[in-house]
Design a protein around this ligand. Structure first.
Ligand SMILES: [Zn+2]
Length: 379
């Protein structure tokens, strides 16, 4: 007689089968975790495993043993906890997965949990990271000893390993004398969790002032450190918390190409200089030069507060030391500088225009005190 009824496990048996292997699939080549917390909400689980029958629950199923009693078929000894995929696999090919093999899997899976009870659980990814960290440490030790062509290959390998530890950052190492320089960039595809860096400086007051200047004026930041911590595994693997002689240099990504245009009251261009524009939340400044640094112009501390510009300083300087030791007849750019000087002397007002990334950003006007300039055309 063909039996249609399934000798299902009781809920209690299913629970025991699952918990005796801690939710891991019992297939030694799989060992996937078969439950996880539901993503939406604070309760519920997603179960991706099943209490599978070793000998089928009904007569048409795989490995069915008609000599078994209903009780024996429903008994915990006839069950094995598997992930959904493995449960399907053993039923598709019962010849490849005979009863004896499945019993062996089950025994070993339970033994494995027993042996590892009260141990810290590490996922595959975590073990991989641990390995990378160890590898990295040994490489870094070698790194300081190597000084030639092997260096760039080594630096590349270290960069890749660090990337695995923390994909949010691009870290480049270089070694010079007794110093190691770690250049840290935010990765292009910055994820939502931010990288946190904590510094304990040698001098708190100095640190605060510099930090203020960075935020307010966009100035570069350089400070000695005695302690460094972060939430980045890559940085933690690289940099010890306590530093003997550490230094942090922050270079804000706020530099833009700028053009400074100086005109007289009739819109005649006196001078046009190229340079960089740097901004913070309280000021911006622009540094420009021309003729290899002979002529320099600098706008500084143009403080703006709720759209009101408070003060501006503008320096235009000619660095005559550029001509030091050069024969008088051969002074480079002499004619250019003379022309600029002449135009400045003749101008009544000076208009300065700052163009950043092609956009007019700022215009200032000031009168020129010609008495301060020596007449370039003496009578
Ligand atoms: Zn599995």
């Amino acid at each position: 007689m063909t039996k249609k009824v399934r000798d299902n496990f009781t809920a209690q048996t299913v629970k025991f089968l699952r918990e005796r292997v801690n939710n891991f699939c019992s297939n030694p080549d799989c060992r996937r975790l078969t439950s996880e917390p539901k993503q939406g909400g604070a309760s519920g689980i997603n179960l991706t495993g099943v209490a599978a029958h070793i000998c089928a629950a009904s007569s048409l199923g795989p490995r069915y043993d008609e000599s078994m009693s209903t009780e024996a078929r429903k008994d915990i000894s006839n069950g094995i906890w598997l992930c959904n995929r493995c449960a399907r696999l053993i039923d598709i090919e019962p010849n490849v997965y005979p009863t004896e093999l499945l019993q062996q899997w089950k025994k070993n899976a339970e033994l494995r949990i027993f042996k590892n009870s009260n141990q810290k659980f590490s996922s595959e990814t975590e073990v991989e990271k641990e390995l990378h960290r160890a590898l990295l440490k040994s490489r870094l030790q070698d790194f300081s000893a190597i000084t030639n062509h092997a260096l760039s290959g080594m630096a590349n390998a270290i960069h890749k390993e660090l990337k695995l530890l923390d994909p949010r950052l691009d870290i480049y190492c270089s070694h010079l004398g007794n110093q190691t320089l770690y250049e840290i960039h935010a990765a292009e595809s910055m994820q939502e969790d931010t990288v946190e860096l904590k510094f304990k400086p040698f001098n708190n007051q100095e640190f605060q002032q510099k930090y203020y200047d960075l935020i307010a004026h966009g100035s570069g930041f350089e400070c000695h450190l005695k302690e460094f911590t972060s939430n980045s595994e890559a940085l933690n693997a690289l940099i010890p918390t306590n530093l003997k002689d550490g230094m942090v240099i922050l270079k804000p990504k706020n530099k833009h190409c700028a053009i400074l245009e100086l005109t007289d009251e009739n819109q005649n261009i006196i001078l046009e200089l190229d340079g960089t524009f740097i901004s913070g939340n309280k000021s911006f400044s622009i540094n420009t030069e021309k003729y290899g640094g002979l002529v320099k112009a600098h706008f500084k501390e143009i403080s703006f507060n709720e759209k009101t510009i408070k003060k501006s300083n503008f320096d235009l300087s000619i660095d005559f030391s550029y001509w030091d030791g050069v024969e008088l007849k051969r002074l480079p750019y002499f004619d250019k500088v003379k022309t600029i000087y002449q135009k400045l002397y003749e101008a009544k007002t000076l208009k300065a225009k700052v163009i950043v990334n092609g956009l007019d950003l700022y215009t200032a006007k000031s009168s020129i005190n010609s008495d301060a300039l020596i007449n370039p055309n003496p009578v």
